[in-house]
Ligand binder design. Structure first.
Ligand SMILES: Nc1ncnc2c1ncn2[C@@H]1O[C@H](COP(=O)(O)OP(=O)(O)OP(=O)(O)O)[C@@H](O)[C@H]1O
Length: 298
């Protein structure tokens, strides 16, 4: 569906994308993760033909190079909603449908379908500035879908939304997938990627560090489980973990040990016998652990 092939981009002397190669397969939700300034938005801008790469190529669908013509195949939901705030939801959609050259009949049909899809039919005649943040974001997604693109790009779709609105957007993204729409999603929220994405690419400094399914990325770290430990005796706990062969990590202020083999909480507590533990949480390996390992190592 989408193929970035050795794409590099510099702004002045500064390399922002460096030999970036990845493919998004038809019908999948692909998550592009990376810290601030990693190059996620620049990547999106190259796909949308807004920024021209210095090297490499980008192909969409049947290997067509990115151009003005391929813009019709892509729907973009930018970080900031680009809505006409004094117009209604339906007027916004009609406006964008006209820009994409849809006929009058088709426009009416698509405006109805898109409002229905994002669950805003009852707000068709509401002025945008009177909508909640979550509704505005859903309308923004509807605008990206009005011309029936094959690929939808969502740039941090849930940033700044409350938890309920976030879940509505997640449901909507799942719905897009059931309709066969391919989704490229950037996010800071690792939980979001865990819930939605079939494959994930991790970028930093414009370079793709790793990509794969959640399961395959989890193999990057040699842990079956992660033990988060709160203890007034961190030195003793660390020494015991070393004896046991449990690698030590710090996640924020949490002390953590990678547990190489599956183990019950009872077995773990027995292994740390004689050391005061205020609390212990035994977790499966999460994307957060993998992400930190990969991005910290460069
Ligand atoms: N037009 C530009 N001119 C110069 N530098 C730019 C331009 N656009 C982006 N950059 C720089 O390129 C780097 C990557 O920016 P980009 O917005 O792609 O990162 P990002 O991963 O999307 O970050 P964020 O998560 O904060 O949105 C940043 O250091 C940014 O300052």
């Amino acid at each position: 569906m989408l193929w970035l092939d050795h794409v590099s981009k510099k702004f002045g002397d500064r390399s922002v994308l460096s030999d970036l190669t990845f493919k998004v397969r038809p019908g999948e939700v692909y998550g592009l993760l990376g810290p601030n300034g990693a190059g996620k938005t620049t990547t999106i801008n190259t796909i949308c033909n807004l920024v021209k790469p210095d090297q490499g190529s980008i192909r969409i669908l049947d290997r067509r190079p990115v151009s003005e013509a391929t813009k019709a195949l892509v729907g973009i939901v930018p970080q900031e909603n680009l809505l006409y705030r004094s117009l209604t939801c339906a007027e916004n959609l009609h406006f964008f449908a006209r820009i994409y050259g849809l006929s009058q009949v088709k426009r009416v049909e698509r405006v109805y379908e898109c409002l229905k899809l994002v669950n805003l039919l009852d707000r068709a005649d509401s002025i945008v500035e009177n909508l909640s943040g979550g509704m505005q974001r859903r309308l923004s997604i509807a605008l990206a879908l009005v011309h029936q693109p094959k690929l939808v790009i969502l740039d941090e779709p849930t940033t700044g939304l409350d938890i309920e609105s976030r879940y509505e957007i997640w449901d909507l993204i799942r719905l897009l997938k059931t309709q066969g729409i391919t989704v490229l999603l950037t996010t800071h929220l690792l939980e979001e990627a865990e819930h939605l994405c079939q494959r994930i690419g991790i970028i930093k400094g414009g370079k793709l560090l790793k990509q794969g399914t959640l399961d395959s990325l989890s193999q990057c770290i040699s842990a079956a489980l992660v033990a988060l430990v709160d203890t007034p005796q961190p030195d003793r706990a660390t020494a015991r973990a070393e004896q046991l062969g449990f690698p030590l990590r710090h996640y924020g202020r949490d002390l953590a040990f990678w547990v190489p083999q599956p183990m019950s909480l009872r077995e773990l507590l027995a292994a740390f016998e004689g050391i005061e533990l205020t609390s212990v949480a035994l977790q499966p390996v999460r994307l957060e652990h993998v992400y930190l390992e990969i991005t910290r190592s460069v």
